[in-house]
Design a protein around this ligand. Structure first.
Ligand SMILES: [Zn+2]
Length: 96
């Protein structure tokens, strides 16, 4: 019974270690290691920096016409009049 616990612990350590090793390899030499699985023909354009710039930093902020809270435009509920609302409920409340 005691051995079973040790086996589980050992397995967890091994899995953790392999995962750490894998991420370290991906970070250091992505060019050599990652080419096998990546899409062919497309050079990868620095994934992390590219992603950060596109979807979080340059998000347009809008203000809810009902409660006045600021939130990203992608989450906005737009009324027929063109007004932005933070939620479906506020849009409904404002239309009454
Ligand atoms: Zn609101």
């Amino acid at each position: 019974m005691k051995y079973l616990i040790w086996l589980v612990v050992l397995l967890a350590v091994v899995v953790w270690f392999q995962r750490a090793k894998k991420s370290m390899l991906a970070g250091n030499d992505a060019a050599g290691e990652g080419e096998a699985g990546a899409e062919p023909g497309m050079p990868r354009p620095k994934p992390s920096r590219f992603r950060r710039r596109t979807d979080s930093n340059v998000e347009t902020m809008v203000q809810c016409a009902h409660c006045g809270i600021h939130f990203p435009a992608s989450e906005a509920v737009v009324h027929a009049s063109g007004a932005y609302y933070c939620s479906e409920e506020h849009r409904r409340l404002a239309s009454f």
